[in-house]
Design a binder for this molecule. Structure first.
Ligand code: NAP
Length: 483
């Protein structure tokens, strides 16, 4: 069930918020009585369009209520009297209430961490025999997230495990996949009652959360940051279009070494890898294709019989986009052309390797001199200093740095004077689509290729690896216009 959190100051606003929650597709509302200034519970509860969970969260458990405990429990009993369907009582302050027809949920919150004794605490909570236990904790990394998923999957009685913060997002989306009873969501962005809460709209539309079940196949993107990734929009749409019971979520990953355990716990079928983990993941997969071995970076992992198989689709995605543009610009491909690759991270490494394989004359430049030089030596290509990019005398320039990415959209890694008319210029950054780097290049008359072109091509290769078929052309065309 998707539970929309109603946290308004007035009773009138609470009534409208409940109606909005229903319109958006929520299944129930949590009425946060602690946010209301003068709660008119008969008025609110007589207008409820959905079942209501009544909560008066005290300050000491992360809420707004600062008064006497007897007043707090009085409000909860009033809510039960006037028709609340569920009532939330904090484990730390548990006492018997006149519940009338309402069902009890016993809750526990830790906004700082995932405590060592969480499993034992949850068992003590379950011994109170509530309808279900709710525990909401802050995972400090993916090892904690894996632990919270395990608790959700293995707990002997009904439980809703909420993982807070950006790291916890996958469990907020996929709760039903692992046996969870409900997830909490905001009615509007900015109205969250806890860190990392998604909106009802995102859960219903983007993630189709209401149809997730224990057979849903799980994919995702692994990185840090991951919030900018367009992959969830693309893959969830493709799964929906093709009627596949699969979802794609974002994993903010601090420590890639903990990934194999998370993959096992969440039964992941595959994942994309983004900044800054492509090289680390190349080192931890059980098998790797030729490109991953040559490039030393993996952006795609599929899981087969518990083994992690690494691939690199950035390379074919980028190479196809550059080749197409080169043919359009010069009516021949990139063979023999001088290509300057800016950056020495995962993407630059793959593109430089691919350009060399296509017999372009590759030159690398990187902000950090040593890293760039080391990559050039490793790949056996030329190197220029960041201060002397014109020395590369490039006909093709590729931005493989993250400069220009949202929110710093007024930045470009190079001076506009570097661009000439007879050039093909590609930016790998795709948020925004039209970067300052590309605008400068196009203003000089160069043929610009944006990051979305590369992104959609690499996503298509990724989908083929995971599902054995390409993304239908009409969907790719639609995304090419929409992104
Ligand atoms: P990465 O491994 O973290 O490498 C980042 C690179 O950017 C490094 O070379 C770094 O230089 C350079 N850099 C960062 N800030 C800089 C600055 N202020 N000035 C100059 N150079 C700077 O990242 P990655 O995985 O290669 O990804 C790079 C970009 O490609 C990202 O923007 C990502 O969104 C984009 N991307 C696009 C697609 C697509 O399909 N379009 C696919 C994958 C990635 P130092 O070595 O000096 O730190």
């Amino acid at each position: 069930m998707i539970c929309a959190v109603v946290r308004t100051e007035t009773s009138e606003q609470a009534v409208s918020a409940m109606a909005e929650a229903k319109r958006l597709g929520a299944d129930l509302c949590e009425l946060r009585i602690d946010y209301l200034r003068n709660p008119d519970l008969p008025k609110i509860l007589s207008a409820k369009p959905l079942p209501v969970l009544a909560t008066v969260r005290p300050k000491w458990e992360g809420g707004q209520f600062d008064g006497d405990e007897s007043v707090r429990f009085g409000l909860l009993e009033d809510a039960c009297l006037h028709g609340a369907d569920y009532v939330d009582v904090e484990f730390r302050a548990y006492k018997d209430l006149k519940l009338r027809d309402a069902k009890l949920i016993v809750s526990y919150h830790d906004f700082e961490k995932t405590p060592e004794d969480l499993e034992a605490t949850a068992l003590k909570m379950a011994s109170l025999e509530p309808l279900f236990v709710k525990v909401a904790c802050q995972p400090r990394g993916i090892a904690d997230l894996a632990r919270l998923v395990r608790l959700q999957k293995t707990f002997p009685s009904p439980i809703a495990v909420i993982a807070m913060g950006e790291v916890g997002e996958p469990l907020r989306v996929l709760y039903a996949r692992y046996g969870g009873r409900l997830t909490f969501a905001s009615i509007q962005a900015g109205q969250e009652s806890a860190p990392g809460q998604l909106s009802v709209e995102d859960l219903v539309r983007l993630y189709q959360a209401k149809t997730i079940d224990d057979e849903t196949e799980v994919y995702g993107v692994v990185g840090d940051p991951v919030a900018h990734s367009k992959s969830p929009v693309v893959f969830n749409d493709v799964f929906k279009h093709l009627g596949m019971n699969a979802r794609y979520v974002r994993f903010k990953v601090d420590d890639p070494a903990a990934l194999p355990a998370l993959v096992r716990e969440m039964d992941l079928r595959g994942f994309s890898v983004t900044i800054p983990h492509k090289q680390a993941v190349a080192g931890l997969v059980d098998e790797a294709d030729d490109i991953v071995r040559g490039v030393g970076a993996a952006n795609t992992v599929s899981v087969k019989d518990g083994r992690l198989i690494g691939a690199n689709t950035d390379l074919p995605g980028a190479m196809e986009a550059i080749q197409d543009a080169a043919v359009r610009k010069w009516s021949h491909g990139i063979y023999g052309m001088r290509a300057l690759v800016l950056g020495a991270g995962g993407v630059s490494r793959a593109i430089a390797w691919g350009l060399k394989r296509e017999a372009a004359r590759v030159v690398i430049a990187n902000r950090s001199f040593e890293r760039g030089k080391a990559l050039a030596e490793e790949l056996g290509v030329d190197f220029v200093r960041w201060e002397s990019l014109a020395d590369a005398r490039a006909q093709i320039i590729v931005n493989g740095t993250s400069v220009g990415m949202t929110p710093k959209t007024d930045e470009s890694p190079v001076d506009a004077s570097l661009f000439k008319k007879d050039m093909v210029v590609m930016d790998t950054v795709y948020t925004p689509r039209s970067t300052k780097f590309l605008k400068d290049a196009r203003a000089a008359g160069a043929l610009g290729i944006d990051g979305v072109e590369m992104f959609l091509r690499q996503a298509n290769h990724q989908f083929r690896i995971w599902r054995g078929r390409p993304i239908p052309t009409e969907i790719l065309k639609e995304f090419s216009q929409r992104l």
